[in-house]
Design a protein around this ligand. Structure first.
Ligand SMILES: Cc1cc2nc3c(=O)[nH]c(=O)nc-3n(C[C@H](O)[C@H](O)[C@H](O)COP(=O)(O)O)c2cc1C
Length: 177
């Protein structure tokens, strides 16, 4: 449907003309409700991100999932809810692909956005899932509201599917509200 008649009804007799179109975000997509961005080296966090996305979709949420390598930080501005996921490497560090994205988030305003973080790790290491804490801190520093505690998966993702599902359903409930 052309949105012009709607605009003219709203403006009444005011003679304002112009090209009024729906707000468009990254890559021409109409603004969506939720965005999941993940960084993953061996595929675990990618699998976790897909599982979260599938669960949210099944709950009726309009959700887009993307590898961090395909995103710019400005893309975050086009979504109402932002979920960032990274596995932990080194000694409590972000997954490699996420480092520049994380650095680029410095100074970005995410005020009014709802957000949460997730990721895979291994408690055999000393800094279990600390990348999730780093992402959560960064989201908070950007002004986003953290709506759920970080989801930290220890070891095999397939064994933690119900935990991920529960988390995703919790987020979906808040996104819908
Ligand atoms: C060299 C190395 C360092 C790691 N360091 C950590 C760590 O500090 N904390 C942690 O929780 N997991 C650590 N891990 C475990 C990974 O985060 C885990 O294997 C994860 O599932 C990888 O997820 P990805 O495939 O999404 O990258 C490390 C693994 C390796 C091989």
């Amino acid at each position: 449907m052309d949105d012009r008649p709607f605009a003219f009804i709203l403006l009444g007799n005011l003679s304002i003309e112009g090209d009024i179109r729906p707000i468009r975000g990254d890559r021409g997509a109409v603004m969506s409700k939720a965005l999941i961005v993940y960084g993953s080296t061996t595929g675990s966090t990618e699998m976790l991100a897909s599982h979260i996305a599938d669960t949210m979709k099944a709950e009726g949420i309009d959700v887009r999932i993307a590898n961090v390598t395909d995103m710019d930080v400005e893309d975050l501005l086009n979504y109402e809810t932002i979920l960032l996921g990274s596995s932990t490497w080194g000694e409590g560090e972000l997954q490699d692909d996420f480092i520049s994205f994380y650095d680029d988030m410095e100074g970005l305003s995410l005020k009014g956005k709802r957000a949460a973080a997730f990721g895979c790790g291994d408690s055999a290491y000393g800094h279990f899932c600390e990348a999730v804490d780093l992402l959560e801190k960064k989201l908070r520093a950007c002004g986003a509201q953290i709506i759920a505690p970080g989801l930290k998966i220890d070891g095999d993702v397939t064994e933690a599917e119900s935990k991920a599902e529960e988390w995703a359903k919790q987020i979906a409930g808040l996104v819908r509200a």
